[in-house]
Design a protein around this ligand. Structure first.
Ligand SMILES: C[S@@+](CC[C@H](N)C(=O)[O-])C[C@H]1O[C@@H](n2cnc3c(N)ncnc32)[C@H](O)[C@@H]1O
Ligand code: SF4
Length: 338
């Protein structure tokens, strides 16, 4: 007879209310800086560092145990703001069944959010990641314990960086995992500033892809060049269209995936949001309207009052009803509460 674990009453209550999150029990997020968290939505709350700990030590270390205990007891502090502001826990509740209701987990992480290296081919104005280090995980136990203790049991992976598809580690990781685990599902965030090589096409072809998120930030050459420094919009657009074709082909084969495209709305691109949303509609891409984190000097708050008014009018007139929810927070933050 299979053993059905008893769900602690505090967890049951959160599950009923939709506030429980399995992530601290099942995921590690590895940053290029070598600092390790369970989740990016927490503000990358640090649970360890590969400079002086192994991945195994971090995974059941004191800090992550405290994080898990908050969910076991219902006294949520670390994730309080994230749950309130983003409702991020809802992205992961399909994984609740993977949780052991204990501060120490007997299994290694079953989900990875991987940002192994800072290496990038662009230097976006709102981003610091491209200047972050490379190779720190080569000095840790990540690659040595992975094949035996982590990869066979992975349920989901998210890969970003830096730019994942210009990093050797991405292809190494995909190859090592897919050799022994065909069921893991994959999500990628990419800048599309490259041509899709045979290696990339073949690598993706063998995977169960949940989504590919295309970071665009602009819909014209001029705006792209102002935000995604070193970037060429024409090259990006070609690759975006290649991903649309790959998605369409895979849909016909019955193994489609979601295409997202994002715009990180800021001082230099706010006026392109309506056109960006039209582009997404035209190609059946789901838009993600990202709010700028940090970089106050680039934020919409810094616009002159006249431009804030222009933004309000443009968004109310040109953004279709089905996307008004996507801009609610932007308008609220600018003091426009309709
Ligand atoms: C750091 S990038 C890494 C993946 C890849 N290089 C790319 O650009 O898609 C991941 C995402 O973070 C977003 N991002 C970068 N800096 C940001 C900031 N200051 N605020 C909000 N989002 C940001 C990017 O637009 C991108 O969608
Ligand atoms: S492409 Fe991505 S990682 Fe590179 S600088 Fe831009 S946002 Fe940062």
């Amino acid at each position: 007879m299979s053993h059905v674990p008893t769900i602690p009453p505090a967890v049951k209550k959160q599950m009923d209310e939709g506030t429980f999150c399995p992530i601290p029990f099942i995921q590690l997020e590895l940053s290029p800086l070598g600092s390790v968290s369970a989740c990016c939505f927490s503000g990358e709350y640090k649970v360890g560092d590969v400079a002086d700990q192994t991945i195994e030590e971090i995974w059941n270390g004191e800090i992550i145990q405290t994080w898990r205990n908050e969910f076991l007891t219902g006294d949520i502090k670390i994730c309080e703001k994230a749950i309130k502001n983003f409702g991020c826990q809802k992205n992961y509740q399909h994984l609740n069944h993977l949780v052991e209701y204990k501060v120490i987990q007997s299994k290694m992480p079953q989900r990875l959010d991987l940002r192994l290296n800072g290496k990038c081919n662009l230097e976006c104005v709102m981003c610091d990641v491209w200047s972050q280090p490379n190779g720190l995980y080569d000095k840790s136990d990540f690659w040595s314990i992975g094949p035996e203790k982590i990869y066979p049991y992975l349920k989901e992976v998210d890969m970003l960086g830096g730019e994942p598809f210009i990093q050797k580690d991405t292809f190494r990781f995909i190859e090592e995992v897919s050799k022994i685990n065909k069921d893991c599902t994959w999500g990628f965030i990419t800048n599309c500033h490259y041509r899709i090589s045979k290696q990339l096409r073949d690598g993706l072809d063998g995977l169960k892809i949940r989504h590919i998120h295309l970071s665009m930030d602009a819909i014209t050459t001029k705006t792209y060049a102002a935000i995604r420094l070193k970037g060429d919009f024409e090259r990006v657009l070609e690759t975006v269209m290649d991903y649309v074709s790959i998605r369409n082909e895979r849909e016909i084969q019955g193994r489609g995936f979601t295409l997202f495209a994002s715009i990180c709305v800021q001082r230099d691109n706010w006026h392109e949001l309506p056109e960006f949303l039209n582009f997404c509609d035209k190609h059946r891409i789901q838009p993600i309207v990202q709010e700028l984190i940090g970089k106050h000097e680039l934020s919409l708050q810094e616009l002159k009052p006249q431009y804030k008014e222009e933004l309000h009018t443009l968004y109310k007139e040109k953004i279709p009803n089905h996307y008004q929810g996507h801009i609610e927070s932007i308008l609220n933050n600018l003091g426009f509460i309709d």
